[in-house]
Design a protein. Structure first.
Length: 195
């Protein structure tokens, strides 16, 4: 869901009432002028209690204050999101091609911020591979190529499971694709294209 956090609750609650899971994009998009003090951001943190809301920690630059062009706000928001949701309900995306921010943002900086937010390799793997696989009911491959099916359809609308079975195929994730250093970028790009 790509919406400012101030409007989030009015949109999310009916979706949750309908039995749907919700993924909120861009750290929840708090008001850049007040950051984590945004009342809407605090409501987002409360939605963690539903166990059916996930947050993408991507495109922090979309939430920056004009006078503060660093990642302080991203670190601050991440601290609260990780405490409320845990790493098992956080995901990451590059937000490439960084529309409207092409001149200011690049893939390398996005990876550097990811590593700064999640310096522990195991937590990066959870955010990059395990959580998206569980959320979508997809398949992970371990480092030896063995399939590791992630059955985590609890809470997913039954119609999503029906659509998946009608399609007759599953998405697969190569869990070795999560990023440990810059040499992994090509592997990551191949992973995102196959997704």
């Amino acid at each position: 869901m790509h919406v400012e956090v101030a409007r989030l609750q009015d949109i999310v609650e009916p979706l949750l009432d309908a039995g749907m899971n919700v993924v909120v994009d861009h750290f929840g998009r708090p008001d850049p002028d007040i950051g984590v003090r945004d009342v809407g951001f605090r409501r987002l943190l409360e939605l963690a209690d539903t166990q059916r809301v996930w947050v993408k920690i991507s495109a922090a630059y979309r939430n920056r204050r004009q006078l503060r062009p660093d990642d302080h706000d991203a670190h601050e928001a991440f601290h609260f999101l990780k405490a409320a949701f845990g790493v098992h309900r956080l995901m990451w995306g590059s937000d490439w091609p960084h529309t409207q921010f092409e001149a200011d943002e690049d893939f390398t900086h996005a990876l550097e911020l990811l590593r700064a937010l999640l310096p522990v390799e195991e937590e990066r793997r959870v955010v990059l591979a395990d959580t998206p696989a569980r959320l979508t009911g997809s398949t992970l491959r371990d480092s030896h190529g063995a399939l590791q099916r992630q059955h985590w359809l609890n809470g997913l609308p039954s119609r999503a499971a029906a659509i998946r079975s009608q399609c007759g195929h599953e998405h697969t994730f190569d869990s070795s694709a999560w990023i440990t250093d810059n040499s992994q970028i090509r592997k990551m790009e191949g992973w995102s294209q196959s997704w």
